[in-house]
Ligand binder design. Structure first.
Ligand SMILES: NC(=O)c1ccc[n+]([C@@H]2O[C@H](COP(=O)([O-])OP(=O)(O)OC[C@H]3O[C@@H](n4cnc5c(N)ncnc54)[C@H](OP(=O)(O)O)[C@@H]3O)[C@@H](O)[C@H]2O)c1
Length: 237
């Protein structure tokens, strides 16, 4: 079943691990894909990978530059017409020193990467969704957003911000046909995580296509009555 036939999906962080899996999952269901990350080479490689499977185009954009984000949304709209779904996957993680030794630069890096990128995307995209009468926004926080951990304070706080931004948006948009939901992945089964944690049981981690399935569910008609949710996707970890 091509349940996203004719639907345009913006995927930020498309060149990343989860981005690849999500792009393939939406492509398999007939979606038109606007693939967004900074690195054009990585985006071109994803586009090649998708091949004839999808009507896709790349929009290399630094999501920390508000004017560039607005221009990207305009270009997506010019290219594909109506925008139906924003899947905001861009984000990332670094361990750090204890909070009392954390620099402003390290604090800003996590807040920018996880919270500000979302803020910029939403600010540029929501007016388009409202103009078209509705849509779906899916955000990615993390299990680490639910409880602080040592040497991860800026990351935990930035992902907690993603949850509260999601809840606030959902509240603001609930009467306007836009649902906004957040996924909290546990450790994803990526090559980088395998290299960093070779001794862990990788079978307990979350498969990328399993998270992509939840993203597609939240973007689907079946999830039309769900908004403001923060959904744990922890696998067996
Ligand atoms: N990996 C895990 O175990 C795990 C666990 C919980 C939650 N998560 C979350 O899940 C999401 C995807 O994770 P992942 O492992 O797939 O990450 P990833 O492979 O590092 O991909 C992150 C993507 O975000 C893009 N990005 C970062 N900053 C950007 C910016 N300023 N403008 C535009 N694009 C930007 C990166 O592309 P460019 O560098 O080309 O811009 C990259 O494509 C992230 O939000 C992450 O925090 C991951």
């Amino acid at each position: 079943m091509n349940q996203f036939n004719g639907k345009t999906v913006i995927i930020t962080g498309a060149a990343g691990h989860l981005g690849h899996a999500t792009a393939h999952a939406f492509a398999a269901q007939g979606a038109k894909l606007a693939l967004v990350s900074r690195d054009p080479v990585a985006l071109k490689s994803l586009l090649q990978d998708l091949g004839a499977m999808a009507d896709a185009a790349i929009f290399p954009t630094d999501l920390l530059q508000p004017q560039a984000v607005s221009a990207m949304v305009d270009q997506v709209s010019d290219h594909f017409g109506q925008i139906h779904v924003l899947a905001n996957l861009a984000g990332g993680f670094t361990m750090g020193p204890p909070l009392h030794e954390t620099s402003d630069a390290d604090w800003d890096k996590m807040m920018d990467l996880n919270a500000r990128t979302l803020f910029h995307c939403v600010r540029a995209t929501v007016p388009r969704l409202l103009e078209f009468g509705g849509g779906r926004i899916i955000t990615i926080a993390a299990r680490a957003a639910t409880k602080g951990s040592g040497h991860m304070a800026p990351y935990c706080a930035s992902k907690a911000a993603v949850i509260t931004l999601t809840e606030s948006l959902a509240d603001e948009l609930k009467h306007q046909g836009i649902t906004v939901n957040c996924i909290l992945p546990g450790t994803l089964d990526t090559p980088i995580n395998r290299a960093a944690m070779p001794d862990q049981d990788h079978a307990n981690w979350v498969a990328l296509d399993a998270v992509a399935d939840v993203i597609l569910f939240l973007a689907s008609d079946a999830a039309r009555s769900i908004t403001g949710a923060a959904i744990p996707v922890y696998g067996r970890s």
